[in-house]
Design a protein around this ligand. Structure first.
Ligand code: ASP
Ligand code: MG
Length: 403
């Protein structure tokens, strides 16, 4: 069997944890399996590097940032190979360049395009454990790129797909995927299984367990994932196409606090205004999420939307730049202290009243809803950030998700 194991930053944060991971990999290897290990940077190293960069130059180019950030993963894989060697097991570390993991040319948020598997296969044939840097790739200029924060999950899934691995295990510091973030909701329950679609919504909604593109890729290539703890042997959560159990009405409640709302007020109420606004943002690779447009009044309208907080300043700059030209408007308003709360469940499709039950739970806590958006299997609301804990617990209880 060929097994891809991915370990997050907390799982390799220090010497003791590195050896803990190394021993788990050796166990797998000694069963006769081929083992490919994908690692994140140690602990909070990526943040440390980002702080160093900001200190030197707050406007550092994304190319140089990627050059810097990829050193985090390069450190952890080299140390892991050394740890494995010291346990008497042949191992080799490889970075994105050595494997040849090609991405598009977008820095800091690139997408994997192809992976050469030859080098990896040769090393596996020589019975080595192959330890590969997560999060990074190379583009057509032979520059390093990164896949976006949390992107090591995506590296692992892409490798599992390219190598036709028999299993892809994502190890983290929690026991699996929960009905809500256990740090916010005390009685959150671990799910045994979840569908790709639900996980996709939970991942992109900020549940924080998996990088959303990793789930997209897993669905596309039919890679079954297991999310489990690196610190114990509990079973974890299986992420796959169909779950055996009856579909849950609501599988989980997710929170994303890293959101900013931008309201563009007094836009001309004319065809093409929304297109121009969002096209300008798309041209700068800024992802827009919940969108709300007001009813036109006296020839003007307001459009508000949310973006990841890291993109907010740039988004506002772009809009300001076009205010005299294609985007005439009266005012641009920014609200940072908001959060996105979502319920997700495949069973929602066939059951009315789920959204209203969620709204009632918030009403009971006197929490105001600022924006709403829905899909077939999801309801999302934007609320004040300081109400998040109260809100998530209220909604979690409303659907009796806890233990
Ligand atoms: N080290 C990167 C990050 O902190 C990638 C990852 O951990 O998946 O975002
Ligand atoms: Mg992660």
């Amino acid at each position: 069997m060929l097994i891809v194991k991915k370990f997050g930053g907390t799982s390799v944060a220090d010497k003791e944890r590195i050896f803990n991971v190394a021993r788990r990999c050796v166990e797998e290897y000694q069963k006769g399996n081929d083992v490919v290990v994908v690692l994140s940077a140690m602990g909070k190293q990526t943040d440390v590097l980002l702080d160093m960069a900001r200190d030197i130059n707050p406007k550092a180019s994304k190319r140089e940032l990627d050059m810097l950030l990829t050193t985090g993963e390069q450190t952890s894989v080299a140390l892991m190979a050394m740890a494995l060697n010291s346990l008497g097991v042949p191992a080799i570390s490889l970075n994105a360049f050595q494997v040849a993991m090609h991405t598009n040319s977008v820095y800091s948020n690139s997408r994997l395009k192809s992976i050469d598997t030859e080098r990896i296969k040769t090393e596996l044939d020589n019975r080595k454990i192959v330890v590969i840097t997560g999060f990074q790739g190379i583009n057509k200029f032979d520059d390093y790129t990164t896949l976006g924060r949390g992107g090591s999950d995506t590296t692992a899934v892409a490798l599992a797909a390219a190598l036709h691995a028999d299993a892809c295990e994502i190890y983290t510091d929690v026991d699996g995927v929960f009905t809500a973030d256990p740090r916010l909701v005390k009685n959150a329950r671990k799910l045994n299984e979840i569908t790709y679609d639900e996980m996709l919504d939970l991942a992109s909604l900020g549940a924080g367990v998996l990088h959303n593109r990793s789930v997209e890729l897993a669905k596309k290539y039919g890679v079954q994932l297991v999310v489990r703890s690196s610190l114990n042997n509990s079973e974890g959560t299986v992420v796959k196409e169909e779950v055996k159990m009856e579909k849950l009405l609501v599988s989980g409640v997710a929170v994303d606090r890293n959101v900013t709302r931008i309201a563009v007020m007094g836009l001309e109420d004319q065809p093409g205004v929304a297109f121009k606004l969002f096209n300008h943002l798309a041209n700068h690779n800024i992802n827009v999420d919940v969108i709300l447009q007001s009813v036109g009044r006296d020839g003007t309208k307001d459009i508000s939307f949310t973006v990841a907080s890291d993109d907010a300043d740039e988004a506002v700059e772009i809009i300001e730049r076009h205010r005299e030209g294609s985007l005439k408007c009266e005012k641009v308003d920014v609200e940072k202290s908001i959060a996105k709360l979502s319920i997700v469940g495949a069973g929602m499709m066939s059951h009315p009243g789920v959204a209203s039950a969620m709204f009632e739970a918030l009403y009971d806590e006197n929490i105001n809803i600022k924006m709403i958006s829905t899909s077939e299997i999801r309801v999302t609301v934007i609320i004040d950030d300081n109400k998040v804990e109260k809100a998530i617990n209220a909604v979690h209880n409303k659907f009796s998700l806890g233990e």
